[in-house]
Structures are given as structure tokens and as C-alpha cells.
Design a protein around this ligand. Sequence first.
Ligand code: GDP
Ligand code: IMO
Ligand code: MG
Length: 429
Amino acid sequence: MPVVAVIGGQWGDEGKGKIVDVLAEKAQVVMRFSGGNNAGHTVVNDKGEFRLHLVPSGIFHPQTRCLIGNGVVIDPAALLEEMDALGSRGVAVDNLFISPRSHVVMPYHILLDALEEKARGSAAIGTTGKGIGPAFADKVARLGIRTTDLVDKEAFLARLRLILELKNRLIVQMYGGSPLSLEEIYQSYCHYGERLSPHIEDTDVMVQEAVAKGEAILLEGAQGTMLDLDFGTYPYVTSSSPGCVAGGAAGGTGLGPTQIDHVVGVLKAYTTRVGGGPMPTELEDEVGERIRERGKEYGATTGRARRCGWFDAVVAAYSARVNGFTATAITRLDVLDSFPEVKICVAYQVDGAVYRRPPNSLALWYKAQPICETMSGWQTATSHIRRLEDLPPAALAYIKRLEALVGCPVAMVSVGAAREQIIVINHLL
Ligand code: GDP
Ligand code: IMO
Ligand code: MG
């Protein structure tokens, strides 16, 4: 049985949670490999509507083991809250396992996230404020605290004392803030460690064993390609290391790249972005507003209004290449149901030149003007449709055009938030 990575092909919020929930019906393992609780993955199924931030979206299928891999940064308070909330709604979390190598988001990460954003002024990134950037920066700077450290209390105290002294110097001397208390952090994080310890397991070993048994495994991406540190619109990206591209699915799990059989790119039928940074197809007019209202485009983690625009095939084709997509899942087709015409950006105009690939520099990104193709809208409801051939001809033509421009076969088309609102062309698992 295959190992399938599910990757965001735009700026996040493509509907990865929904696609993972659908695919997880046939999976034995679902594993997160990057990011942290900056992610907000919405799943709508017979148990209700859920917003998952750290718990993998396979949790609703009792047969799946849900793993949080070494590449994820974990805010233990947020994770425990999420686990408790799931439990109170009748979703068991006994099958949830956390890598001891995963890094921990500490209170000073959250504080520094806010202080750094403030210091950036008008160049603020618009982070989710969850401490993700500072936590990954510490991981890379070798100043991180890992989940395994929380359970060895003596070693934890020594490490925390060393690191907190450095952090408090930064907070007080650089930002004029108030120092954080060693005792308070130590006590609360020891308590989190105790509560999480039954879930701490070598997830890299678990996933390798699953591969050896031929089980079906889903690797659940967070964020999206254009938020990747290397391939995104730097510096308006997320700091996850491993990155949020398919390559990160190896580094963040303990699998080798050759063990990943399929890479599914999740793409919204249009484009959205939350936070700052360039977005060439953004529509700051009534069309953009209509997409936002019809699509209820407000962030699953912060509630912020998402910026909306037409499908950007320059971005999507680039994502297909840097991730090696073997298939795509197009989501939210239904949101475009009422539009008389739909547009697709096929190239950018930058300083009089035509770009078919994304530029590298931020200055050029900001100058990129979309060159669009216009197609007729279908102005017919699609949410009830379950077979590709039953789509209105204009909607089918739109999907086929996206497929040609992205250069990768469409495996699924999602026509609503609920689990059953999906057209499956290729089952993948
Ligand atoms: P993720 O971060 O990639 O998992 O995506 P989010 O959950 O942040 O945002 C996707 C939103 O679209 C959620 O509110 C989903 O419930 C919703 N959604 C997913 N697929 C569809 C779809 O095909 N149609 C509609 N209307 N909503 C969808
Ligand atoms: P999912 O997994 C959309 C964005 C933030 C900000 C930038 C950096 O739900 O698709 P961070 O807090 O990570 O330092 O913020 O990245 N961002 C996301 N946007 N979906 C996400 O995750 C995101 N995670 C981070 O809005 O612009
Ligand atoms: Mg999201």
C-alpha cells in the first residue's frame, strides 16, 4: 500500500484537512511532518465541524494511528486543549503519538513572536502569533527544547535555566519587555510533560514499521508551498524547518524520499492568502469580496479575513514542479458556482516582460501583474455532484484547463466542506 503526501500548493488553507479526512478512510497511519499550531485544518464529517491545529486530520477514523512527527513544533498547552476538546466531543485520542524529537513551543517564543512583529512595523509578516517562527529559529540555532526533554525533569531544568537567561536578556534589553519566570514555566511544562508522556513514542520507528507492513500512510502537510522558507515568497513565509513542501515530508517523519509513492497537491479553485506579502492575483474589489463572502474565507486559526483572488496557474505549476505532484485535488469549486465568468492567471507582466515562472526577488513579486484567461462561468450549483461527467460543461472545462496548466492529473474535485462532497477520479489509496 502506498505512502501519500498531501501538500498545500498555494498559500495554505487549500483544504488539506478535508482531503486528508477523505483519504484517511483507507489509511492506517496519518502523520503531520511540519509547522505547528499555526495550521488550522477544518474537517466536516458526521461528528460535526472540527478545526485541528496539531492533531492529524485522520483522528476521526478509529483505525488510524495519528502521528505528530519530529518536524512539528508543539505548543503542549494548545495540544492538550485540542485533545481535551476532541475527547469531549466523543473523538478518542488514544491513537495519537508524538515524536520525542519534536520541538516545544515555549512561552518566550510566543512573546518574541509578538515583539518581533511589532518591531517589524509596516513590514510585519502577519504571523499567526503562535510562536512558530521563534521556535523553529531556536531549533536551528540549537537552543530548542524537545518533547523528550520535558520528561527528564532535572535535565529540563538545567536546559531551561540556560536558555531562559538568554531569552530574558533579549526580552528585557532589546525589546524593553518584562522577564519571564523560570519557576512558572518549569512547573507548567513539567505538568504538560506528565500529561503528554503516554503519547510520546518513536514515531519515526512507528512509520517505518508501517511501511514494512505495507500499510497505507498519509503524510499531512501544513501551510503551503508559497509559504515555504526556500520556495515561498520570502520573507513573507513561515519558518518551518523541515519546509512545507514535499521534501519536508521525508525530513519531518524519518522516511526516506524514495519511500513516498505519491504527492497530492491540494489547490483551491481560486487563490487565498492570510497575512502580508505579495499575491499577484489578489482582487481588492467586489469580485474578491464576493469570493470571500461565498467562500466564508476567514482563517481557521486566527479568524482573519483571507485575501482572495483568481486561480494563479503560475504559482500552481511551480508548486507542481518543486513538490513533484503526481496528482492534484481541486477544492472549493462550488464557491465559484455563481460567477458569470472565471479567470485564470497564466503569466505575470513584470516591468514590461512576461514571466511564466515566479520571480525570485520580493520587489519583482510586488510588481507582478497577472495576465489572465477568461472562461465562462457555469452559474449552476455543483455541491450535490459526485461524478466528473455530471459537472456543468463550463465547470468541467475549467477543471480541464487547470489540469493542463498545472501539468498534473486531477484526482479529486471537492464541491463542499463535508466529507461526502467530493468527486473522486483516482482513489490513490
Ligand atoms: P487547510 O488548512 O488546508 O486544511 O484548509 P482550512 O481548513 O484552513 O480551510 C479550508 C476551508 O474550506 C475550510 O473551512 C473547509 O471546511 C472548507 N472546504 C474544504 N473543501 C471545500 C469545498 O470543496 N467547498 C467549500 N465550500 N468549502 C470547502
Ligand atoms: P494551514 O496548515 C495559511 C501564514 C501566516 C503568515 C505567515 C507566517 O492551515 O494551511 P507564522 O505564524 O507561521 O509565523 O506566520 O504564514 N500561515 C498560514 N496561512 N494557512 C496556514 O496553515 C498558515 N500557517 C501560517 O498567516 O502570513
Ligand atoms: Mg488552514
